[in-house]
Design a protein around this ligand. Structure first.
Ligand code: NCD
Length: 326
């Protein structure tokens, strides 16, 4: 069974959140609308809801993370869950314990949700296959494959600024080849009926046959950025590169870096996004990253409400087990 199938129950409801692929506009809209209703929690005097009271969420991060791990933790805490952060660098994984053994031990601690980040594509899906049926698994990024909660916070941020999806033009710029963020975002935009998706990158940083995902490929930002509503910049993911795919960072900035001059090619009210971490002077100029069109920090804030929504939707479906998933 594929990740797209294992995450749904027989009624097509989300049990896990492993990939955006295979989901319907209804699934995505339910997440976005729920996130919208949860956004206000952060403005309350007591920033908490009782939704996950008595539940235990485990953050299993086998790969570096700043925003994703902390916003998952905050999301769980704002829903009143207990949170356990397993720091893999200091755990027994470094002593050779297998992923399945680590999993069995944490399962024995009566947890209800695993949030998984792993350098191997398919890791969250593997865990979802092996956990007890009452446990929900959320993918916080697996290799180059998928980063579905990032995609949801990205489309949530876009929808708040540019709700007219059929007439929307989005450009994703930079290291598409190694980017799970780009892959998941492309799927989400397609499912939600975005008018046009462009990818802009040197040939060496574009996957072969990228057009089959329903995007237009450009190698020259002067053409690709013209009249777009949204510009999503990506980091050069050197940790995933084999061999020399690039001449130099300076040259990359010169050809693809988002400067004020290049951004002027997009619509005047275009928004600038980046999943972060940003590398100033490599893929984005500081004046753009900190400029009036940047919504990069809004994406971080929105990530909390979106993750709260995904946590409450998936665990909500576990709380009322049907005969098949007991
Ligand atoms: C991204 C990731 O880890 O895939 N960051 C994130 O989750 N905000 C993108 C990246 O590392 O460049």
């Amino acid at each position: 069974m594929s990740a797209a199938h294992i995450q749904l129950d027989r009624q097509g409801r989300l049990l896990h959140f492993l990939t955006v692929e295979g989901l319907t506009p209804r699934h995505l809209t339910e997440i976005l609308d729920t996130a919208e209703s949860l956004r206000g929690v952060a403005e309350r005097r007591v920033k908490k809801l009782p939704t996950l009271h008595g539940k235990t969420v485990v953050n299993l991060f086998f790969e570096a993370s700043t925003r994703t791990r902390t916003t998952f933790e905050l999301a769980a805490k704002r829903l009143s869950a207990d949170v356990l952060n397993l720091n893999i660098a200091t755990s027994s994984a470094v002593k050779g314990e297998s992923l399945l053994d680590t999993l069995r031990n944490i399962e024995a601690m009566q947890c209800d949700m695993f949030v998984v980040r792993h350098e191997q594509s398919g890791a969250a899906e593997f865990i979802a296959h092996h956990v007890k049926p009452h446990i929900a698994v959320l993918n916080a990024g697996d290799g180059r494959h998928a980063h579905p909660t990032q995609a949801m916070l990205d489309v949530f941020t876009i929808r708040r600024h540019k709700p007219d999806f059929p007439n929307l033009s989005v450009a994703i710029v930079g290291d598409i080849l190694h980017s799970r963020v780009a892959r998941s975002l492309i799927h989400a935009l397609n499912i939600l009926g975005a008018g046009e998706i462009r990818v802009i990158a040197p040939r060496t940083l574009l996957p072969a046959h990228i057009e089959t995902l329903g995007v237009h490929a450009f190698h020259d930002p002067r053409q690709g950025l013209r009249d777009v509503d949204v510009v999503v910049m990506l980091r050069l993911q050197r940790e995933r590169m084999e061999g020399a795919l690039l001449p130099s960072e300076a040259e990359f900035f010169q050809r693809y870096g988002l400067t004020e001059e290049r951004l002027a090619l997009a619509k005047p009210d275009a928004i600038v996004m980046h999943p972060a971490p940003i590398n100033r002077g490599v893929e984005i100029d500081s004046r753009v990253a900190d400029g009036p069109q940047s919504v990069i920090l809004e994406q971080v804030t929105n990530g909390i409400a979106v993750r709260m929504a995904i946590m409450s939707i998936t665990l909500g479906h576990h709380a009322r087990p049907t005969a098949e998933n007991v």
